[in-house]
Ligand binder design. Structure first.
Ligand SMILES: Nc1ncnc2c1ncn2[C@@H]1O[C@H](COP(=O)(O)OP(=O)(O)OP(=O)(O)O)[C@@H](O)[C@H]1O
Ligand SMILES: [Mg+2]
Length: 1078
């Protein structure tokens, strides 16, 4: 997926200022504060124009990830926040695209992070340059050369746990596409004195510790080594292990790296054997031995170590032993052998160890070069990375520090020259007027050291080559003479020195005021180290070694190639190689990384302002900024400038048609930036004052906000409008559809309704028509029928006399008449008797007379009943009326009733009028007697019965004694309320009297009579006629009677048959009177 191009700038999200050129106001204080502020925010990189200042963070920062590499890849230098990757990218692209050889100069004091920076540059370039199996192998080899060289050339010092003790310049070669082809490494002066002696709290080279810690037992045995560091004199013990460094693991890394770089197994082994030999050399000790001639001689104390060295290196033990005891000086075919005293023997031993090691180191570099050498002869583009030991000031500074610091002087020199030159050239290129700026040029110090006639190095060489006794002191004297007047040289003896009285300056010392500070050098050892003498006996012994590598390291030991000329001194060698280097660098486009060490404690998060201030001063960074700003603080090509600020002017926003330069002109005019604040170069705009840039930035920021708001506004408007339009369109569509639908619905409804109405109308019309037609047809038919009938009638009338059709009817009527006549006549003779109960009736002669026959029977029956009734007397009529009444009252209610039907109601069964017995009784009663009969009155107390005469008159009910005829009770009919009887076939009945009446004092009457039906009927009739009230007759098998105060229940039960057919009455208790009915 194509990456989104986001135009950003260094100026975005800045902490402090990313480019010191923009610092306002510019002073040492603000400079340091800016660095500190950025350092505190983990922004360790800051620019001065195109120079990168890097402050060692002393901790792993997450800013070197592959994502970061991608971020910086192909981006403009000022586009992202300052980073070493930006510089690397710029250099690499300029190399690839503009065909300019590049060099990356990394400077700074020991521990400032130069080596780390160089590795970062290399890894970045490796990450972004071409890919492919071959290319990757080249890259791997280039990268893996680092651990090998670091193991052999780096050591822990008080300033840096991984201090480079050699200078390194690496050319990485690329083809025209920018793919790496290979590389060449140059090394500068290894600090070999470290092999035999290390200052306090420092270590020998890493490889010794790595070998002893990391090698397998087997390997150690083979190398005749022991793991214990303390066994070796050359290894200082006070800091044998370094915090956070795993020597054993590093040993494996180094072995692995050697393999990748292309060392054969036997080569690697040989290298380790040499290392072992050097270690063991340190253990050879000498003891003095006086000789007869009085000369001091030395003798090896314990030859065991020597023996092992010889076994390891394949040197004849006697040869080596001799070489440690004698020194042969050859001059003009003359050979003079002198013995070595103990001191000389130790000197010889150490010289051998140093030489062995430093030559091994050079061999390693050559061997690596062989591996990483570009395989083609095509033209190459080169990127040089220079990582040289940093400027050093120790307590005791010796020849090595002198050389190292000289090298740093040279680098500073080239920095000054190139930056100024470049700046100047730019102004010329762009046609801008250039004003000179003052800065400290350290050329004068370089001259003090390297001048061919009176430079310190030349003096040293002179001393070394001079016949006669040469000591460090004589050298110092010489210096005192020659350099005394130099303003950067001081010594106790320099007469003209301003510091003559400075007693702090010890004897046998001289002081140089380097660009980075004053350094006091101990003159002791200068001559020796410059001479770098190895006794010929030793080199010859080495050449005789069976060990191929060692042999190759000492070619001068070959007697056949004996060279009496002195080898060049270390100083002159170094001077020459530095000169070559400088020449080399000058042909390339420089890129600077200036490393700054924030503290002396190797600790993260500590920013020692004093220390930083010192570095800033001697690195001339402030001057660097000033030079950069002397003319113009900021420059930018027209296109990006217009692109960045075009929104600030109406004419240029949003698009400027025309050349970018005139766009910028219009823009700056519009913004009313004072003319003196800027200049137009050929391709760039130059801004004098950072403030102007900041103003522009502020305006831009403000404008961007406004634009963002505007964009937001327009976008929102657009969004709402489109939404609205969409809604509106949708609404119209919906409305259209809905209207269509509703109209369609309505139309369908109307159509359906029209059809219904139509059909009704048609139906109605059709029916009407049908009706009319039917009517018409019927009329026609009627007319026809009437006419037909009429015609028929007329015709029949006319022709009736001619037809016999009427004869039938007449015969039929006649016959019928005859039959009916005969029927009636026959009926007359067959008439049954006049008794209404006679059921006979003649049978019916003809079926058609059936109704007549039945009607006749009914009429006849009614007639004979009437005849029968007419015979009755009034008394009989009364009796029948009574019977009829009795039937209505008792039929189907009382079982006794049917037996009473046949009995005539006689009423007066006792002939009171006739019987004299009742004469008294008769007299007492004036009224008409309706019933006179003997009844059984039931004794209320025990249910036994006594006979009484029961008399009913029109108004009263009377009870009289049967024998005497005396009236016992008289009850007016109005006091009789109810008569109760059973439904059964017995003659018991109760007469209930009105409560409170006179007759009721003894209670209701309970009688038994054979003529119960008649008596009840008459009582009913009489009461009705007298009182106009219907007497209540209750027919029930259980009823209550009032006997005096008691209510007694009269209960009728099915009696025992044994007692005969007479019902028996028994008072059961004062509540119950039981009547057993058979
Ligand atoms: N960019 C960095 N990120 C993290 N740690 C760093 C960085 N640069 C340097 N360091 C730390 O600082 C230590 C010293 O750095 P380095 O070895 O690069 O210094 P130098 O300038 O090469 O010193 P010398 O001149 O002694 O060789 C490193 O071992 C590492 O721990
Ligand atoms: Mg280093």
């Amino acid at each position: 997926m194509a990456r989104m191009e986001v135009k950003t700038s260094l100026l975005d999200n800045m902490i402090g200022v990313g480019d010191m050129v923009l610092l306002e106001p510019l002073s040492e204080e603000t400079f340091i504060n800016n660095l500190k502020k950025r350092f505190d925010h983990s922004e360790i990189y800051t620019y001065i124009g195109s120079v990168v200042i890097s402050v060692n963070p002393y901790r792993a920062l997450p800013i070197y990830s592959p994502e970061k590499v991608e971020d910086y890849r192909n981006r403009n230098f000022y586009e992202l926040s300052p980073h070493i990757f930006a510089l690397s990218d710029e250099a690499y692209r300029s190399l690839r695209d503009q065909d300019k050889d590049q060099c990356i100069l990394i400077t700074g004091e020991s521990g400032a992070g130069k080596t780390e920076a160089s590795k970062l540059v290399m890894s970045y370039v490796a990450a972004v340059c071409g890919k492919g199996a071959e290319v990757n192998q080249v890259k791997e080899q280039l990268l893996q050369s680092n651990p090998v060289l670091e193991a052999f050339g780096n050591a822990k010092t008080v300033r840096n746990d991984n201090s480079s003790r050699f200078g390194k310049y690496m050319d990485i070669e690329f083809d025209f596409k920018g793919d790496p082809l290979g590389g060449v490494i140059s090394n500068y002066l290894l600090e070999k004195s470290r092999v035999v002696k290390q200052p306090r709290r420092e270590r020998n080279f890493h490889v010794f510790y790595q070998l002893l810690s990391g090698a397998s037992e087997e390997l150690l045995h083979k190398l005749k080594l022991e793991r214990d560091f303390s066994r070796y004199n050359y290894l200082s013990l006070d800091s044998a292990t370094v915090n956070g460094v795993d020597d054993a693991a590093n040993f494996r890394t180094v072995r692995n790296a050697m393999q990748i770089v292309g060392f054969m197994d036997h080569e690697a082994e040989a290298v380790l054997e040499v290392v072992a030999a050097v270690l063991k050399l340190g253990n050879i000790e000498f003891k003095p031995e006086s000789r007869v001639n009085g000369l001091d001689e030395s003798k090896i104390k314990d030859k065991n170590e020597l023996k092992e060295i010889c076994e390891l290196t394949g040197i004849d033990q006697s040869v080596l032993e001799r070489a440690f005891s004698f020194r042969t000086v050859e001059a003009k075919q003359e050979k003079v052998s002198t013995t070595l005293n103990v001191a000389q023997a130790y000197y010889a031993r150490d010289a051998l160890a140093k030489n062995l090691y430093s030559r091994l180191f050079s061999w390693l570099v050559n061997r690596i070069n062989e591996s990483i050498k570009a395989q083609t002869k095509v033209r190459k583009k080169v990127m040089g990375v220079l990582d040289i030991y940093g400027f050093e000031i120790f307590e005791d500074n010796s020849f090595e520090q002198f050389i190292i610091n000289y090298c740093n002087e040279k680098l500073q020199q080239i920095f000054i020259e190139l930056t100024l030159k470049e700046e100047q050239e730019e102004y010329i290129r762009e046609g801008i007027e250039w004003t000179h700026i003052d800065y400290f040029n350290n050329a004068i110090i370089c001259d003090l050291i390297e001048n061919n006639t009176n430079g310190i190095l030349a003096m040293l060489d002179e001393e070394c080559l001079r016949p006669g006794t040469v000591t460090d002191e004589t050298f110092l004297e010489k210096l005192n003479q020659v350099c005394a007047t130099h303003q950067h040289f001081e010594s106790r003896m320099s007469k003209c020195s301003r510091f003559l009285n400075d007693t702090s300056l010890p004897h046998s010392c001289f002081r140089i005021q380097h660009y980075a500070g004053k350094v006091l050098y101990q003159v002791e050892g200068f001559v020796d180290k410059n001479n770098d003498l190895l006794y010929r006996d030793l080199s010859q012994a080495m050449w005789k070694a069976g060990h191929a590598l060692i042999k190759s390291l000492f070619p001068e030991g070959n007697p056949a190639k004996i060279n009496l000329k002195r080898p060049p001194t270390a100083g002159s060698q170094f001077k020459a190689s530095v000169a070559t280097l400088m020449k080399n660098l000058q042909t390339k486009n420089p890129n600077y990384i200036r490393c700054i060490k924030p503290n002396d404690k190797k600790a993260a998060h500590i920013f020692n302002e004093g220390l930083v201030c010192h570095q800033i001063r001697y690195l001339g960074l402030l001057e660097n900024v000033r030079v950069r700003r002397a003319g113009y603080a900021f420059r930018q090509a027209y296109e990006p400038c217009l692109e960045r600020y075009k929104m600030l002017c109406k004419q240029t926003w949003p698009h400027w048609k025309g050349p970018a330069r005139s766009g910028v002109e219009v823009l700056f005019n519009e913004l009313e930036i004072p003319m003196e604040e800027y200049s137009f170069g050929r391709s760039k705009i130059f801004i004098r004052n950072p403030r102007t840039l900041f103003t522009l930035e502020d305006l831009r920021k403000q404008r961007l906000e406004d634009l963002a708001t505007l964009i937001q506004k327009i976008y929102r408007g657009w969004k709402c409008r489109t939404h609205f339009l969409l809604m509106k369109k949708s609404q119209i569509v919906i409305a259209a559809w809905y209207r269509r639908y509703s109209q369609q619905k309505r139309y369908q409804q109307i159509k359906a309704s029209a059809l219904v109405i139509q059909s009704y109308i048609r139906g109605w019309k059709a029916r009407k028509l049908l009706r009319e037609l039917k009517h018409q047809k019927r009329c026609e038919e009627a007319a026809t029928t009437i006419a037909a009938y009429w015609h028929g009638t007329q015709v029949r009338r006319e022709y009736r006399k001619f037809f016999r059709a009427n004869a039938g009817k007449k015969i039929y009527e006649f016959t019928l008449q005859r039959i009916v006549q005969k029927y009636f006549l026959e009926m007359k003779s067959k008439m049954p008797s006049l008794s209404p109960i006679d059921k006979n009736w003649p049978s019916r002669p003809y079926l058609f007379l059936d109704s007549t026959h039945k009607e006749l029977k009914r009429i006849f029956h009614l007639w004979r009943c009437k005849k029968y009734r007419d015979q009755f007397t009034d008394q009989q009529k009364l009796i029948y009326e009574e019977k009829l009444e009795a039937s209505e009252l008792f039929k189907d209610k009382k079982a006794l009733y049917p037996s009473s039907v046949g009995q005539p109601f006689q009423g007066a069964y006792l002939e009171i009028n006739k019987d004299p017995k009742y004469k008294k009784l008769k007299d007492a009663i004036e009224e008409k007697i309706i019933i006179a009969e003997v009844v059984n009155k039931i004794n209320r107390a025990n249910g036994k019965s006594t006979s009484r005469i029961f008399l009913l008159t029109n108004n009263n009910l009377l009870l009289a004694d049967q024998k005497s005829g005396q009236i016992k009770s008289e009850v007016p009919l109005g006091d009789v309320t109810k008569v109760s009887m059973s439904s059964q076939n017995d003659g018991f009945f109760a007469v209930h009297l009105k409560e409170g009446s006179e007759a009721a004092s003894k209670g209701d009457f309970l009688f038994s009579s054979d003529h119960l039906i008649e008596m009840a009927t008459k009582l009913y009739r009489t009461t009705l006629s007298q009182t106009k009230q219907k007497l209540n007759i209750e027919i029930s098998d259980e009823f209550l009677v009032q006997f005096r105060q008691d209510k007694v229940c009269v209960k009728f039960i099915q009696g025992n048959q044994k007692n005969g057919s007479v019902p028996t009455c028994k008072r059961k208790n004062n509540r119950l009177l039981e009547v057993a009915v058979p």
